[in-house]
Design a binder for this molecule. Structure first.
Ligand code: GLN
Length: 350
């Protein structure tokens, strides 16, 4: 889709968020502009997602100082889906280190849909990056734990620490996806055939399906994002979840791969790392400032929430979050230090 940012003035980053009242005002304005957009369709790849209320819409922004701003259906629960990939990746980076995860999972965009088997074949069996299903399955297989049950417990506790509360599985979604995830099981089997998954690929796909089924709210996602924005300390609970270097690595990967094959367009319009999930959520991180989450189930053709993209584009601009937007440091009224010769003068010198 075209992320329409026309008429939203770009505010240059000051290194800090605007005052809380200005943040609230910006959220209301961004939501009002995105609300009329009812194009797109609710996901039908998992039967429980197809039953989501297409009109629901929540926004939350969690500051690194711990203040959380919420709008609309910010407390409505949905399954975390692909957004979980970012946090399981952080967990594995914390345990295995930067180089090992880079070599096993990769960091480059595949340019193909998130559940592509072809991407795997084209890459000689290498998963490409941790934000597509192949890479996420490898990441999940690397979670420490002697059994799949122990690995799952580790995933659930770690994601809970990121959002500051114990998380439970949405059982209906887990059961529905378990019945329909033949494609993910096939990807896991293919990865195992290339030697990229050790152990039972079906068990890995099961832990991955459970992690995608964890029930979260828009508020939870914002706090999870704020933990990545705050060098790994959850700003609401004060708990250190991962190290600052792990946050940096996770955000760098999200910047190039978080919005599937539209990651380039996302970075061009929003200028921030983000991750979308097929339930209709997008989590965006402004390093050193905030986690921003938006949820609305209608998706565009590649699986990104239409309203969530729009509301985030607005907030990135109006709150001065775009990491690529800068103003010149030199005062614009100062005369140039050396006068450049006119065309005629420079011609005369030759
Ligand atoms: N559980 C979904 C899958 O594996 C997640 C996809 C998504 O959110 N993009 O297919």
């Amino acid at each position: 889709m075209d992320i329409d940012v026309s008429g939203i003035p770009v505010t240059v980053s000051t290194g800090r968020l605007p005052a809380p009242a200005d943040v609230d005002e910006a959220i209301v304005a961004a939501a009002a502009r995105a609300l009329p957009h009812t194009e797109g369709a609710v996901a039908d790849c998992i039967p429980t997602l197809a039953r989501a209320d297409p009109g629901s819409f929540g926004v939350a922004l969690a500051e690194v100082g711990g203040e959380v701003h919420e709008w609309g259906d910010s407390r409505l629960e949905f399954s975390i889906q692909s957004v979980s990939k970012a946090f399981v990746y952080a967990l594995v980076c914390q345990e295995l280190g930067h180089r090992a995860v880079h070599d096993r999972v990769g960091v480059n965009n595949t340019g193909l849909p998130f559940n592509s088997l072809m991407a795997l074949e084209l890459n000689g069996g290498h998963p490409g990056n941790p934000m597509v299903n192949a890479g996420a399955l490898v990441t999940t297989s690397l979670v420490p734990g002697a059994t799949p049950a122990r690995q799952w417990d580790r995933v659930r506790r770690c994601l809970g620490a990121f959002c500051g509360r114990e998380l439970d599985v949405d059982e209906a979604t887990y059961r529905a996806e378990s019945r329909t995830n033949g494609r993910n099981r096939a990807i896991a089997e293919l990865l195992a055939s290339y030697g990229h998954i050790e152990g039972d690929p079906v068990a890995v796909a099961d832990v991955y399906t459970r992690q995608c089924s964890l029930a979260v709210t828009t508020r939870d996602l914002a706090v999870m994002g704020a933990t990545l924005a705050d060098g790994g300390i959850n700003p609401v609970t004060g708990e250190r979840v991962v190290d600052p270097g792990v946050c940096r690595d996770t955000l760098a990967v999200l910047a190039s791969t978080g919005l599937y094959e539209r990651s380039g367009e996302w970075l061009f319009e929003i200028g921030l790392p983000g991750k979308s999930g097929v339930s209709g959520s997008i989590l965006t991180v402004s390093p050193g400032k905030a986690g921003i989450a938006a949820f609305s189930p209608r998706l565009d053709a590649v699986g990104n929430s239409v309203r969530a993209q729009r509301v985030t584009a607005h907030l990135s601009r109006s709150l001065g979050l775009d990491v690529f937007a800068s103003a010149t440091a030199r005062p614009t009224t100062a005369p140039p230090t050396t006068a450049r010769p006119t065309d005629e003068e420079s011609h005369d010198q030759h």
